[in-house]
Design a protein. Structure first.
Length: 68
């Protein structure tokens, strides 16, 4: 299986999240985790360039916000 690769980039009006298949599955798993009924409002995850994202990416925060 391929290693997950995710890149986040964009402008003031548009953000792109590009990933290989393994990266898309990883993002889906993170989002499903955030939807878990056991988690409380405000739970979030940080994805950072060079750690969970490809170099050159902008940081991405996935957050659960029940006020939306």
């Amino acid at each position: 299986m391929d290693e997950p690769r995710i890149k986040v980039y964009g402008s003031a009006t548009e953000i792109t999240v590009a990933a290989n298949a393994a990266g898309l599955r990883g993002l889906a798993e993170r989002l499903m985790g955030l939807a878990d009924p056991e988690l409380r409002d405000g739970y979030h995850e940080h994805l950072e360039a060079g750690i969970t994202l490809e170099e050159g990416s902008v940081s991405l925060i996935l957050a659960r916000d029940e006020t939306l």
